[in-house]
Design a protein around this ligand. Sequence first.
Ligand code: K1U
Ligand code: ZN
Length: 167
Amino acid sequence: MAILTILQYPDPRLHRVAAPVDRFDEELQRLIRDMAETMYASNGIGLAATQVDVHRQLIVIDTSESRDQLRVFINPEIQDSRGESELEEGCLSVPGIYDRVPRFDWIRGRAWDAAGREYGFEAQGLEALCIQHEMDHLKGRVFVDYLSRLKQTRIVAKLRKQQRRAG
Ligand code: K1U
Ligand code: ZN
């Protein structure tokens, strides 16, 4: 397994739109394992393939306290949604920035698992928020895109300063 490099905002590759996964082969299984390892090593609750510069519709999430409930979403679609989320979100590609953006509190949809089997899912609260956040990555959207121009400018300046300090 390997820890992958996570693209940092404002890297333009974060705005690429991911293509559907069409091969459930050994290369895909390796990518899923590496993305899971990268997410756990970064203390994240989710990761989209876009963030590791792979532009395919693949997401891993684990919102459990025990950190042993990995879920894989391939070619995910949301079919129904309700309510408004009150939660703040963060992003491993935008370290140290947290804010609220418009999200549903409950979603229902479908996706494919690592073996290529279609399944239905329902999620609420933090899990629903995380799935919507990761699905946005697959569309080339980062959560700061929802914020005001002024906030975006301040975020870019803060991240550039952090990146300079980190060398
Ligand atoms: O996409 C990512 O970069 C992962 C991101 C997912 C996410 C967190 C919170 C709300 C929506 C989506 C993270 O894991 S950020 C780091 C983190 O662990 C975290 C941040 C805020 C709340 C809970 C967890
Ligand atoms: Zn993110």
